[in-house]
Every structure is written in C-alpha cells, then in structure tokens.
Design a protein around this ligand. Structure first.
Ligand code: CU
Length: 103
C-alpha cells in the first residue's frame, strides 16, 4: 500500500491522533517532532488528510449539518476507481425502516 490523501465530503473530521509505522504519535510538535508534516494537526478540523505509507490516522466526526448520502475516498482518482471509495448514508432514527440494504 502506498500513501493516500483521505478525503470526506460534506462534514469535516477532527484529528484525534496520527501514528507512524512505529506507532509513534507524530502530532507532537517542536524539537521532539517525529514528522513535521503532521506536527500541528492535533485537534484540527479538516476535510482531507494525507495518510503516508503505513501510517494510522484516528479521526472523529459528527454529522450535524446533513442527512443523506455522500462519499469518503482517496483523492487520487485512480485509487478511488480501484475501490478506495465508500458511500456513507446519514439518516435519522425514524428513517431506519426505509433504510439501507447495502451500505
Ligand atoms: Cu490512494
């Protein structure tokens, strides 16, 4: 697996943690920083984050502004075409009966 710019539509996500291939928290800033590319991202709200090879990204989000369908995907179009594309459906509890069969 290579590197991937993870992107989600509609609602942003908050960065909770980013860990390198040795499990080190790369959001640490300053002279202790393991990876300056990520050193200021902790707690930030984004719609895209570049996921380096073998890195692990922990994010959280909330779907307050939208009910409906959207996608999250790798921003490299060829990767999205090859399957790094996921549908998401946000619905209220009352809509469950009408709900999803394959998402
Ligand atoms: Cu990709």
């Amino acid at each position: 697996m290579g590197s991937h710019p993870f992107h989600i539509h509609v609602n942003p996500f908050q960065v909770v943690g980013i860990f390198d291939d040795e499990g080190r928290d790369v959001t640490i800033e300053g002279t202790e920083a393991y990876d300056p590319d990520y050193a200021d991202m902790l707690g930030g709200w984004r719609d895209t984050v570049y996921v380096k090879r073998n890195y692990r990204i922990v994010i959280r989000t909330r779907y307050r502004r939208y009910v409906g369908d959207f996608v999250m995907h790798c921003h490299f179009a060829s990767h999205g075409d090859e399957g790094m594309m996921q549908n998401i459906r946000i619905q209220t509890r009352g809509d469950r009966a009408a709900g999803m069969t394959h998402h």
